[in-house]
Design a protein around this ligand. Structure first.
Ligand SMILES: [Zn+2]
Length: 193
């Protein structure tokens, strides 16, 4: 999981918000227990956490469900939450292509309008915004890596932009830096630190 996405989810854990309940599970490495992100228990340190995307994944990784928030109980994840989690999975898969709301709605056999509305209700965001977040996080990681996979053209392609200039314009708008500038800044930081 990218650091930005991790930080984003961790914030909701620290604030005990239910935004990602049913979408992610907070696995605590020190206690081997997993929780809903909104669990009222003391917030674990970020370095002790990993996020699973399903109850089964957490259990398979050797974590036991928390007695307090009972993340394993069926019915606590509403059908809408399950669907939002599925949308997130499809968005992650489609990060390098021109995936549309219509396509996701078709795959899940519901109307785009309904999909958009329930997604917003569950996560407070929209699939389009979340996809842009995923793309930006992926682009940053690749630019920071600085190897061949980090050429601007390769990065643009990896995050779904067929046009170099569209990618550059979007990236600049999101970060205030062109992709080259961003990469150079990180190279500088790498040398200094
Ligand atoms: Zn808990």
């Amino acid at each position: 999981m990218h650091k930005e996405l991790f930080d984003h989810i961790y914030e909701t854990v620290a604030r005990k918000e239910s935004t990602y309940d049913g979408v992610y599970y907070t696995c605590v490495k020190t206690t081997r227990i997993f929780c809903r992100p909104s669990c009222r228990a003391r917030t674990p340190f970020p370095q002790n956490i990993l996020f699973a995307t399903s109850v089964q994944e957490a259990i398979d990784a050797g974590f036991r469900p928390c007695k307090r928030c009972r993340p394993e109980l069926p019915g606590r994840q509403t059908p809408d939450e399950r669907l939002a989690a599925e949308v997130n999975r499809l968005l992650k898969q489609g990060i390098n292509g021109p995936i549309t709301l219509q396509e996701i709605a078709d795959m899940l056999a519901i109307s785009p309008f309904h999909l958009q509305r329930l997604y917003k209700r569950v996560t407070g965001s929209t699939p389009a915004v979340y996809l842009q977040e995923l793309r930006l996080a992926e682009a940053k990681i690749r630019l920071e890596s600085g190897d061949d996979a980090g050429t601007i053209a390769a990065v643009a392609k990896a995050v779904g932009y067929r046009s170099h200039s569209h990618f550059t314009a979007w990236f600049s708008q999101e970060t205030g830096m062109t992709p080259s500038e961003y990469r150079n800044v990180h190279k500088e930081r790498g040398r200094q630190g």
